[in-house]
Write a protein that binds this ligand. Structure first.
Ligand SMILES: Nc1ncnc2c1ncn2[C@@H]1O[C@H](COP(=O)(O)OP(=O)(O)OP(=O)(O)O)[C@@H](O)[C@H]1O
Length: 254
């Protein structure tokens, strides 16, 4: 499944937060969005998954016109792991993850053995099998984040949007979550703050500044001192870690 975003604009009050932005995610790619706090990453993602109205532009998932299509149709294709996962009523972890099946079901349709098998698989992939009878509200922030990912996996989307998916997570779970998402083999668009993880996991990067694309390309093309300084207003040196072979960064304030 591929995503094509053309000339998207988002205004909040009088302010233009996302400005005429174009973005393309090819089938099977893991694409990252990076940029400083407040540059518009979440606003862009929310406009793509229709949580915020766009004031102009189009979003297509293959032939599906996302901004015009009914929510249920979109949620059969598109799964979202957002930044804030609070809810006010209590469900068990199992019940939360079963909610992921909703877009595929008719009104009042019962859960089938196939739904339960899909949920079991999602719980296994996110290391949550032992948590299935626990109360969602009593979980830690990181555990909640994993439950939300499991729910999104149970939704069986062909395209996944992640907004800072590793917020709240310790290092092991940050790696596990990104490995887990990568292992799904679906197309992914993710806002990421950790540049080293973005360099390791992303096939292609959009670097945003002030609501627009500042630079785009492969991690090797985007991650250089000039771009990082321009995006974050810090001094930066990049180097290849001799142990991991991955791109690493050293920062200091100008
Ligand atoms: N509901 C809102 N009302 C007013 N301003 C908003 C609203 N939502 C976002 N903004 C503003 O839009 C700008 C972009 O916010 P956004 O959350 O998209 O940035 P971001 O790049 O995701 O930041 P972060 O890295 O901190 O999550 C910010 O200046 C923010 O204050």
């Amino acid at each position: 499944m591929e995503l094509t975003v053309d000339a998207i604009n988002v205004k909040i009050g009088p302010r233009r937060i996302v400005k005429d932005l174009h973005l393309h995610v090819k089938p099977g790619q893991f694409v990252g969005i990076i940029g400083a706090n407040g540059c518009g990453k979440s606003t862009l993602l929310k406009s793509i998954y229709k949580s915020l109205p766009a004031s102009g532009g189009t979003v297509f998932l293959n032939q599906l016109d996302v901004l015009k299509a009914p929510a249920k149709k979109v949620s059969q294709k598109l799964g979202v792991v957002g930044q804030f996962n609070e809810m006010s009523f209590d469900l068990t972890v199992m019940q939360m993850v079963l909610l992921g099946r909703t877009p595929h079901k008719g009104l009042l349709e019962q859960d089938t053995s196939k739904d339960l098998a899909i949920v079991e698989d999602a719980l296994t992939r996110t290391n949550l099998l032992d948590y299935k009878d626990r109360s969602f509200l009593a979980l830690s922030g990181g555990e909640k984040q994993r439950v939300v990912l499991a729910r999104t996996i149970a939704q069986q989307p062909e395209f996944m949007i992640l907004d800072e998916p590793t917020n709240h997570l310790d290092i092991r779970y940050q790696l596990e979550i990104l490995n887990c998402v990568k292992g799904l083999g679906i197309t992914v668009l993710a806002a990421l703050h950790d540049l080293e993880m973005a360099a390791e996991y992303c096939d292609y990067i959009y670097a945003m500044k002030d609501g627009a694309v500042h630079t785009q390309g492969t991690p090797e093309e985007v991650f250089n001192s000039e771009t990082i300084e321009a995006l974050y207003d810090v001094k930066c040196q990049t180097f290849t870690n001799p142990i991991t072979g991955h791109l690493n960064f050293v920062y200091h304030i100008k």
